[in-house]
Design a protein around this ligand. Structure first.
Ligand code: BES
Ligand code: MN
Ligand code: ZN
Length: 494
């Protein structure tokens, strides 16, 4: 879907050629291509195009022009210092504009004179192009002859330093396809993406990349005393699954455990949610999807310096006749008891089983869980940052840096005994509900009860998994967030 070419852009016969230019302090933005430069100069003189970030100029070369493509798109990159994000956004802008014009085959010219590493430019452009080209039309029939958007079929990247460009492009493609896989899973509605679909996806990854995959079913969960996931599952007609996927290198390198919340639909259970907007709770599996998306990239790249194990506990949360009831007491893997005061605080119950089990079984050197865990994080951070809660400074630094590089920024919230005290129960070891105030923190404090001394970080993606910050390469629905952060973290693990 995306490949590298060295043939001159002037000779490209496809639907569109895209160039990038920087805004100047004064005067017209400059482009390496002289024909394109003439149009830029005219557009600049007319006051239509200055090269501001996200600004575009589209023109249709004359039939006798020295450039033979149908359309030329020039994308402004502003005058601020260029970053990875500038190139992702520029790539996304090319994709969305190509889709608008119905161009299918496009050539993207990696700029030569921008004083930026070719490999990184190619990586981030490829990432932005693919993430920005994402569409989900699986359940909607194409109507003929109307104004529906087109779709991209083939993207070519033109770069001078082709070996550096190739390396970067490959990394960008891997990360983008992981993000798109997450979006695909999330876009499937609750009746089409069920716990057994997580198992199927895990098994397919294992087969394709030579990883090992084990799926715990209800019987094994019972044997293991996983009262959290079984409790949440008891109101559903579909059996739960717990997918365990392993990329194992050697005992000599550290092991990272990733855990993702896979609630394929969250009605709230007996503590049922209001009906308005409840459909969005089909996205309550985005943490599990992000972890599997990251594992797809792990399968592609097979890092040698890290074992990576993923666990996705998956079930629906529905109020069937056998459902958990407020006041019920359940027992999590390892024996800790929980008083369930609100059946809508279900994510922490299934994550508790997965965290306790994964830590006991695999003795990881670090654990990261990813979950659409609390509405409170949306109140606190809005839709622009993922909540980060951790007890480990080194994990914190790694995650903050990774998020920064990926355009998926995190913000740390505290933990501490004051918060942990809120989840003490009179009748069980702990309860699944703290005060309304600080809900994201007490939810994390609950998880903290199950990680012991293992360095652990929790990402609350309830605000960012969908409706994330508007950007050229982020669609309106599910964003695919956290997969690329985890991939970057793994790539840069030290
Ligand atoms: N899946 C929800 C959290 C959520 C809410 C995600 C809104 C995205 C948008 C979670 O299971 C939940 O229901 N949490 C409750 C916890 C409360 C009952 C303590 C919440 O946040 O209201
Ligand atoms: Mn819930
Ligand atoms: Zn939930």
């Amino acid at each position: 879907m995306i490949s590298l070419v060295t043939k001159k852009p002037e000779k490209y016969t496809g639907d569109l050629v895209a160039f990038f230019v920087q805004q100047q302090e004064k005067g017209s933005p400059s482009c390496t291509n002289m024909i394109v430069q003439k149009s830029i100069d005219r557009a600049y003189a007319a006051g239509d195009f200055s090269g501001k970030e996200g600004q575009t100029l589209l023109f249709y070369p004359e039939s006798d022009s020295e450039i033979i493509t149908k359309r030329v798109l020039v994308v402004g990159m502003g005058k601020e210092e260029l970053t990875r994000e500038s190139f992702r956004k520029a790539g996304g802008t090319v994709s969305s504009n190509s889709i608008k014009t119905k161009a299918k085959n496009i050539l993207v010219v990696v700029p030569e004179k921008l004083n930026f590493d070719t490999s990184v430019m190619s990586e981030c452009l490829a990432e932005g192009l693919l993430l920005g080209a994402y569409q989900f039309h699986k359940y909607k029939k194409k109507e003929e002859d109307n104004d529906e958007p087109g779709s991209l079929e083939k993207i070519s990247l033109h770069a001078a330093k082709s070996s550096a460009a190739r390396k970067g492009m490959k990394r960008g493609i891997t990360a983008a396809l992981a993000g798109c896989a997450v979006r695909d899973m999330a876009n499937e509605p609750g009746n089409k993406w069920t716990p057994s679909d997580f198992a199927g996806f895990g098994r397919r990854l294992a087969k394709k990349y030579g990883m090992s995959c084990k799926v715990l079913g209800k019987a094994e969960m019972k044997k293991n005393g996983m009262g959290g996931i079984l409790g949440v599952n008891s109101g559903s007609a579909l059996p739960p699954t717990m997918v365990i996927l392993k990329h194992q290198v050697s005992k000599k390198v550290p092991t990272l455990l990733l855990v993702g919340k896979g609630i394929t639909f969250d009605s709230g259970g007996i503590s049922i949610k209001p009906s308005t907007g409840m459909d969005e709770m089909k996205y309550d599996m985005c943490g599990g999807a992000a972890v599997l998306g990251a594992m797809q990239a792990v399968g592609e790249e097979k890092p040698k310096s890290l074992n990576v194990i993923a666990i996705i506990p998956a079930t629906e949360n529905l109020p069937g006749p056998a459902a958990l009831k407020p006041g019920d007491i359940i027992s999590i893997y390892g024996g800790k008891t929980v008083e369930v005061l609100n059946t809508d605080a279900e994510g922490r119950l299934i994550l508790a089983d997965a965290l306790a089990y994964g830590i006991k079984k695999f003795k990881p050197d670090a654990v990261i869980d990813v979950a659409t865990l609390t509405g409170a994080v949306v109140i606190g951070l809005g839709h622009h940052r993922t909540g980060l809660l951790t007890t480990d400074d080194s994990l914190k630094d790694k995650l903050i840096d990774a998020g920064e590089r990926c355009g998926e920024p995190l913000w740390q919230l505290p933990l501490g005994p004051e918060y942990s005290k809120e989840i003490k129960s009179k009748v069980a070891d702990i309860k699944n509900l703290g005060n309304r105030a600080g809900g994201t923190i007490t939810a994390a404090a609950f998880l903290q009860e199950f990680v012991g001394d293992t360095p652990w970080a929790h990402l609350d993606i309830a605000g960012t998994a969908w409706g994330f910050t508007e950007k050229s390469y982020i669609p309106k629905g599910p964003s695919g967030t956290a997969a690329r952060t985890l991939i970057d973290l793994i790539r840069n693990w030290k």
